[in-house]
Design a protein around this ligand. Sequence first.
Ligand SMILES: C[S@@+](CC[C@H](N)C(=O)[O-])C[C@H]1O[C@@H](n2cnc3c(N)ncnc32)[C@H](O)[C@@H]1O
Length: 878
Amino acid sequence: MGKSQKKTGKGRLDKYYKLAKEQGYRARSAFKLIQLNKKYNFLESARCCIDLCAAPGGWLQVASKYMPVNSVIIGVDLVPIKPIPRVVTFASDITTPQCRNLIRAEVKDWKADVVLHDGAPNVGTAWIQDAYGQSELVLMSLKLAVEFLVKGGTFVTKVFRSADYNNLIWVFNQLFGKVEATKPPSSRNVSAEIFVVCREFLAPKFIDPKFLDPKHVFKDLSASIPDGSDKLARAHNAEANVFQPEKKRRKRDGYEDGNYTLFKSIPVSELIHSTDPISVLGSANKITFQTDEEKEWLKFEITSGDVKANCDDLKVLGKGDFKALIKWRLALREELGLDVKRKDTEDATETVEIIEEADEEQMIQDELERSNAENVARAKRDRRRANEIRNKTIQRMQLQMTAPMDIGLELQDASLGGQDDFFDLQGAEKGMRKRGGVSNLIGTEGVLSQESDVDNDSDNASDEEILDSEEEREKKTRGLENELDGMYDSYRSRLRERDAKYKVREGREKNKEREAWSGIKKNDSSDEEDSDAEGGGWEEMERAKGHNDNSSSSGDSDDEPEGPKTSTKKRSLPTTGSSRDSKRARLLTKLKEPIPSGSQASKVWFSQDIFAGISDDVKDIEHEVREEQDVEMVDVEDKTVDIEEENTDTDWDDDEDDFEVVPQVGEDVDMWDVANADEDALKQAHIKKHGLTTAEAVTLAQQLVNREKTKTQLINDGFNRYSLNAKDGLPSWFLDDETKHYKPNIPVTKEAIAALRAKQRALDARPIKKIAEAKARKKYKAAQKLEKAMKKAEGVNDTSDMSEREKASQIEKLMRKGLSKGKPKKEVKLVVAKGVHKGVKGRPKGVKGRYAMVDSRMKKEVRAKKRTEKANKKRKRA
Ligand SMILES: C[S@@+](CC[C@H](N)C(=O)[O-])C[C@H]1O[C@@H](n2cnc3c(N)ncnc32)[C@H](O)[C@@H]1O
């Protein structure tokens, strides 16, 4: 298949159109006949040719060109054809007997060797109609062909690939020895036309008129079934009228005997009493109510206005209307007792005998069915719910929010430590129960004995009872929240493990935290260790998991404060009296210094001139932090414990977010975010180094410079609804999300974006390092050359052997040489040895001046040579 061709406009004016113009053919279709003849050679040997549907005469021109001189060529068309030398033409309809007579008069007792038909009905309405019209036309042309063709003659016709195509081919095969369908290249791909070349006409003495009768040839398959076929076909058509009323069907089998009108009305009783109401409805146009009885039916309530209207014209009804009519018929039959009677007669004998028994059985049966149905519905509901959960889990997995536990896949990643989806409360609850119940997690119950574990496992009912109390529920909820927090931490760590960027970001955040603490450190060195405790989020979690596993023997519950915040710490406490624990205990005593309360911390913090000093301190702090980082990572575990111990009496929040580190006692602490101040300092350092990099920053800067805004205004803008949010007690996952999305939207100006772009362009315009280096090298060499020349000139000047004139000319020469850029390189034209230059010896054609023949192999060889030379040099040096 070639390229698709345009159907309209200039697309029609393709190469065959142009060729036809060039060669003087009246239509581009001439090439179709040329190509068909090229393939089958039927014109060269033909002495007589009849072209049916020949206007404007393209095919006639071809026939006259390819057929021998003195041959007879006759062209017929509905429209007159302009005269063509050696061709007889007349206007006539090929489907009429007059046309036949005209041809007969022309050919006399001759027979045609070739009959051509390229007809297309001049309808152009709907594709189905066109196709059918075409098929009918083909059959008409065949009728003429079989009358005028000589035995062994050729009939060429155009057929549309439609439903009738196969029927036509079947008929052709009955009358010709060879039948081939072909599509010449000049026929457009978008056209459904195909050309059938029928050769070796059999010229039978008797041809069944049915072969040439469209009524028979294009009859529906169902209609052609023998034995009462007409009836069957009619029934089929009638059914189709009812079931697919929208699909209008052609009446190809004509009208039924004795009925030569299109319109058919039937009495309504025929429909009501008929055993095949569908056929009745399908074959009639109207249903009438004429007899008194029928008129009575009109008064029935069921005979609505719609029914009456439907009966008036069946041919305009849709499927729904027919359904309504059939329903109405059934209702009427019941009303008239036609259906009930039959039921009575069928069932009478049995019903009477088993009526009582049936009642009881029926009840049991009903009950069974009802319970079965309920079970099925329940099972279905459960299945649906399970599916929903599964889908949700899969979705979360895709979002990387959960591990593949709930969907039946085994958890592989040990680092996940058996954590379920962190939003899955149910799962968390289950997990906790497995590990000894909520109370164990919270730690208020103290050490849960193994017995209680057993109890939990064995007797869930009693467990539920205990949990039913209000207090227990509260604990349970808090425990779940803690569990969720832990899970979120583990999720973050998973992210961190996978995502390098996340690692960097988090590292940066951690540094910030430390920097914030270092600010306090400066004044109070004891706080240094406190700050370390804040870095223990993930590690704590890990430890917590480890300890949880051994939770059955967890100790010292008495010392621990109640509440969710401390419960996490509880998990991080050592559970056995190992040497490590004793070390921790030692550390505990060492560090028993008062931890600054929120107000103290803020006092210390605000006592500094953070806005002036912080930026200067940042680098030092960074350095300090970096130095200490490794040590801190090692010690963090112990320090966490210390701090926890120290803070058993305080309302200390162990969350790793820095805004929670400083207890929020006064409102002022809330209003002024310490972390933000620090962030500002960092940003300042960044701006100093890289300049303003965001459109928002440039906008603000421009506003300041243009005095559109004052510094105070900007500071005031900073106190917006986003800055005053209470973050107290919110889960970390929520806060993380907030920091990502819940922030003010600072407007940017076009000018700011333009300025940033200009900056970027200037950056892009800078030469790359290598070029800059090469330029610098060149400059350096030139300077050296000049210096050398100057030295020589001085030497010349100092000699006493030369006259002043000689000296001057010599110095001039030297200076010229020193300033010169060296000999200009002679241009060598590179000729690639391929194409016309391939294998050329000597100067290639058309190349003037210096040249060098190159090829890809040479390039590679030269490079390899250079490489080896370089390597050899290095080796020698070593
Ligand atoms: C595609 S054109 C033929 C082009 C012709 N082969 C040529 O090369 O110039 C189809 C022709 O069929 C003609 N035609 C359609 N129905 C016809 C009919 N019933 N009797 C005669 N000609 C008919 C149309 O008038 C039209 O000119």
